[in-house]
Ligand binder design. Structure first.
Ligand code: ADP
Ligand code: ZN
Length: 650
């Protein structure tokens, strides 16, 4: 079948008239005016959604974006990860004449993106430095002849004259700029080549552009609009809530052991990502997990390219691999069944944290975002900011990001409410699916404790002109005599031993929270404690300090918690259906291996679960299941029905 079957030009009138418009929930007012009859265009988009992708209905404002772009409008689309951004340009690419040019920063993932489209019968290609000359010539010819509907390009390709003149020889239906936040210089994924993309508009003024990102703050949004010359574009901003992700932040004790417990208790056999700050800790953590029977692989920029590519491939293709990585890993990874994202170190910003955790649960099934965070994280990050290159404004910007992240860690409120507010979105009440909702932390009046700690810092600093780190200050408060204490005669300080009411762990919690609130500061290479202007308010009893009580034991949130978003509540499978699901997964694994594509390119877990629950007995019934489009039905339908009729294994 030629992909041309899927473009509007080839949808026969018979097809259109047979489509029952009354089943489509559209009022006339919703339909934008255009030269083609509005109903026809809407039907074409919906028809593509159903026939090609096998989905019943558009999600959120997908339909509005698609209509707008099909009509030739520019769009800036902000949707959380897993929100369904790809269809926002893929469907217009199929409905409009010509080839859509998709700018994507990740060369390593282009093959998978093209494979996923091929699997649903869409013709797509990519051009990047990995192609041999013959393949490149072939793809170029297909582009010029309009034989493909989508062409993926890396942003740097547009700096080359050869690419520009190639693009001039074809007919471009639209430009899609994926991961558009890469144009933001203050953002966390800045790519200089993205700055060049504003020229698309100058060179091809008549071609609509759609920029997409999952990074949400309004500052980033306006920066994207300005830099990409998209100020006239219509903005589509979705809710950033990810109701199926359970957010949990725990005090760091023995992080690797805590992580192992999480994986064993709650995510055995699941695929997930573990983020660490340094390459060394990536290596150590991956080794530790592997030694404990977890299928874990490392990924960081210090590994050679071949190892990185091989590890990424295994993570994408095999079921249940845990990737231990620095933040160099993850952008553009669209594996839908990542069941958890764990952070062993504090992320530098809420934006980064949200982007990274957002890689869990794209398929809408329940997933966990887990972060272990401790005092040392704060000390280390403050130090990194103090010693970072760049001017004062830059360091202030970094500090503001860190403060917001700390505030999220120390909050006694619903984490989701705080996250959404950070992204400027009013939340509709507590979520019921984060650690503070599931096990509300107690708060206690820590004013006296804060005063004890601050006066210790004060006495060392003002009376003795000395500064020490948190560990030493806590030793003083707890009245511990050790070499350092005796050497400096700190046992003669009036504050020595006045803090026996709290344990060491609790004192560390006090230090952390005072740091988070700016009532205390860390400085210098050794992370010594210092007072801030606000400390005086506490010492002068003009300010009460409410603190979060450290859980005696690490909180383990209930796995059975029901997320509030109705769409994400998954029915438990019966034992029989679970057996069927496992057989379908085994079939999928074999098929994926034979074809050399990731398992999810064949079918998503969510689709297999639905098949296992419904046990369709005919191709017609199977085609009703979400995620089963025409191409997959034709290719795998009979095989699925055979798997369903096999007797259960047990
Ligand atoms: P994003 O790029 O926004 O992170 P994707 O485009 O990868 O998200 O979509 C996330 C998942 O949701 C994909 O598996 C996709 O197939 C699925 N999806 C997208 N739109 C729909 C829809 N209208 N109905 C059902 N599933 C959808
Ligand atoms: Zn909550």
């Amino acid at each position: 079948m030629s992909n041309a079957d899927l473009s509007l030009a080839d949808l026969s009138t018979a097809d259109l008239s047979s489509a029952d418009l009354s089943t489509v929930d559209l009022s006339l007012a919703d339909v934008t005016d255009s030269d083609a009859p509005a109903g026809e265009k809407v039907t074409a988009a919906l028809d593509v959604l159903r026939r090609v992708f096998g989905y019943d209905a558009f999600r959120g404002f997908q339909r509005e974006v698609i209509d707008h772009v099909v009509d030739g409008g520019d769009a800036l689309v902000l949707m959380p990860t897993g929100g369904g951004k790809s269809l926002c340009y893929q469907i217009p690419a199929l409905v409009r004449d010509g080839v859509a040019v998709v700018i994507s920063p990740l060369i390593a993932l282009m093959q998978d993106q093209v494979d996923a489209l091929t699997a649903v019968g869409v013709k797509a290609g990519f051009l990047n430095s990995t192609l041999d000359l013959d393949t490149r010539r072939l793809v170029e010819a297909e582009f010029v002849a309009g034989e493909i509907d989508l062409l993926y390009l890396a942003p740097e390709a547009l700096a080359s004259r050869a690419t520009l003149s190639l693009l001039d020889r074809g007919r471009i239906s639209l430009f899609a700029i994926d991961e558009a936040h890469c144009v933001s210089q203050w953002g966390h994924d800045f790519r200089p080549d993205y700055l060049n993309l504003s020229m698309l508009h100058e060179r091809w003024p008549g071609v609509p552009r759609i920029a997409l990102t999952a990074t949400a703050t309004s500052a980033t949004r306006s920066e994207i609009a300005t830099r990409l010359n998209l100020t006239g574009a219509r903005h589509f901003v979705a809710s950033f809530d990810r109701p199926n992700i359970q957010y949990r932040i725990v005090p760091k004790r023995e992080p690797r052991k805590q992580l192992l417990a999480l994986l064993r208790d709650e995510h055995p056999g699941d695929a997930g990502i573990v983020y660490c700050l340094s390459r060394a800790s990536v290596e150590k953590t991956a080794e530790f997990l592997a030694a404990n029977g977890i299928d874990a692989l490392p990924y960081h920029a210090g590994l050679d390219a071949a190892t990185r590519a091989a590890n990424q491939q295994r993570f994408l293709r095999a079921d249940g691999v845990v990737m231990v990585a620095t933040i160099a890993f993850g952008m553009g990874i669209d594996k839908p069944d990542v069941r958890f994202v764990a952070h062993l170190d504090l992320p530098k910003s809420v934006e980064g944290y949200y982007q990274e955790t957002g890689r869990a649960g794209r398929d809408g099934l329940p997933s966990t975002a887990w972060l272990a965070y401790g005092l040392q994280d704060v000390v280390q990050q403050r130090k990194m900011i103090d010693t970072s290159e760049g001017d004062l404004a830059h360091r202030r910007n970094l500090a503001a990001h860190l403060d917001a992240m700390l505030a999220l860690c120390e909050t006694v409120r619903c984490r989701r409410v705080q996250l959404l507010e950070y992204f400027g979105e009013p939340a509709s009440g507590n979520c019921g699916n984060c650690d503070t909702c599931l096990e509300p932390p107690e708060s206690w009046d820590g004013t006296v404790a804060a005063q004890k700690l601050l006066s210790t810092v004060f006495r060392l600093d003002r009376e003795r002109n000395q500064r020490f780190g948190a560990g030493h200050c806590i030793d003083i408060l707890l009245g511990r005599s050790n070499d350092k204490i005796t050497q400096h005669r700190h046992d003669s300080l009036t504050v020595f031993g006045i803090g026996g009411e709290l344990s060491e762990a609790e004192w560390r919690g006090v230090v952390r929270q005072l740091l988070a609130e700016g009532l205390l500061a860390v400085e210098g290479d050794y992370g010594t404690l210092a007072l801030t202007d606000a400390s005086a308010e506490v010492l002068g009893r003009r300010r009460t300090v409410m603190l979060r009580r450290e859980a005696a034991r690490p909180a383990k949130a209930a796995r059975t918690a029901k997320p509030r978003g109705a769409a994400t509540v998954v029915a438990e499978l019966t034992p029989e259906a679970t057996d069927t699901f496992e057989r379908l997964r085994a079939w999928r694994a074999t098929t994926a291996k034979e074809q050399g594509v990731p398992a999810y390119v064949i079918f998503h877990d969510a689709t297999l679960r639905q098949i296992a629950a419904d046990t369709p007995s005919s191709l017609a019934e199977l085609s009703q299941i979400s995620g089963v489009g025409e191409a997959k039905l034709a290719k795998y339908g009979e095989q699925i029905l055979t798997v369903l009729t096999e007797p259960p294994q047990s």
